[in-house]
Design a protein. Structure first.
Length: 346
């Protein structure tokens, strides 16, 4: 007779780790331990919130709505259109770095179908990866059967307006207007989150991106292939292109703005400690339609603080949570004393 193999036991080893016999600290949460925890956390969060609100208040911004810039929306019809808007900085923007944003109103990136229409596996360096999430922009429907790279609704609708910023004139202390006519240089690198660039977004292995993307095609609404986004800079090309990465991080609300570029004093040595008060000109390559969808788009030029750009919500959040924790700690203390009336009357 054949010997039968004994069944393999699935019982874990009889060790302290596998049998969960390791010593552990199990805090007992009750009202007496909650009071000091709430009080300490609240006392920490309130000054942080006040600091964030104060620094946010020092940030200066100029917002320009260019939805109807030069009637480009009416005249474009798939053709490029260039328009210009002049605006004033009423005071000097001091600092060593300034942010340029583009913004959209009434644009629902948080729609479930839109937000999930992407392939994270493809964006990690596998351009030929098929992903049903990308429908209806997974493969070319015109008979070529090539995969879109990148695929999906988010990538296909990438924001493609471009900006040029010029310093036109300044006003001296005696009121004299001096013509300047200097272009403000900016960089579009360093605008993506470090957790995205090179981690969630990676290019295919190898130095030849054209060969790596063989068998793919550009999304329907793109004018160039992914490997043509910044061919002179391999660390900012294809899936590593930072403006593309910024766009792929979808917004939670229908009105949002995304970082377009950074103005630094190193790139503009003629600037004396910041952007001077005066007249500026924004030139737009108008490619992204919005009025047809009853949306708006705008450009924002902003100074920065030690915490970055303006973000009032973060400071208010810290302040509100800190105040609530202090109130709860006070209420719990009164409950322990069993004297609620005396606590609130005082």
């Amino acid at each position: 007779m054949l010997d039968r193999e004994e069944p393999v036991s699935k019982r874990p080893d009889d060790g302290a780790f596998f049998q969960q016999r390791l010593p552990a600290w199990k805090p007992v949460i009750n009202i007496h331990t909650t009071i000091p925890v709430f009080a300490v956390i609240g006392l920490i969060m309130i000054p942080i919130g006040l600091l964030l609100i104060t620094t946010t208040g020092s940030v200066k911004e100029s917002r320009i709505d260019y939805s109807r810039c030069g009637e480009c929306e009416v005249r474009m019809n798939g053709r490029p259109c260039v328009c210009s808007i002049e605006f004033e900085l009423s005071s000097k923007y001091t600092g060593r770095a300034f942010h340029m944003y583009y913004g959209l109103e009434g644009y629902y990136q948080n729609h479930r179908k839109y937000a999930t229409s992407r392939s994270d596996k493809q964006l990690r360096g596998f351009p030929l990866y098929q992903d049903d999430n990308c429908e209806p922009f997974e493969t070319d429907v015109e008979g070529s059967d090539l995969y879109f790279a990148p695929c999906g609704l988010i990538a296909n609708s990438m924001f493609n307006d471009t900006f040029k910023l010029e310093w036109v004139s300044k006003t001296d202390a005696d009121g004299t207007v001096v013509e300047v006519n200097k272009e403000i240089n900016f960089t579009r690198e360093g605008i993506a989150w470090p957790s995205d660039h090179g981690i969630k977004f990676r290019n295919p292995m190898g130095s030849d991106l054209v060969s790596a993307f063989n068998g793919t095609t550009k999304p329907p609404d793109w004018t160039k292939y992914a490997y043509e986004l910044d061919p002179k800079n391999p660390s900012n090309n294809a899936f590593l292109n930072e403006p593309f990465i910024v766009w792929m991080r979808v917004a939670a609300f229908p009105t949002f703005r995304k970082l377009y570029g950074r103005v630094t004093l190193e790139l503009n040595p003629e600037l004396d400690g910041g952007l001077e008060q005066g007249k500026y000109r924004l030139t737009v390559d108008y490619n992204y339609p919005v009025l047809y969808y009853h949306s708006k788009k705008f450009f924002v030029l902003s100074s920065t603080s030690i915490f970055g750009g303006r973000n009032l919500m973060l400071g208010v959040g810290y302040l509100v949570v800190g105040v609530l924790l202090i109130i709860l700690a006070t209420v719990f203390a009164c409950v322990v004393k069993k004297d609620l009336k005396s606590c609130f009357s005082s």
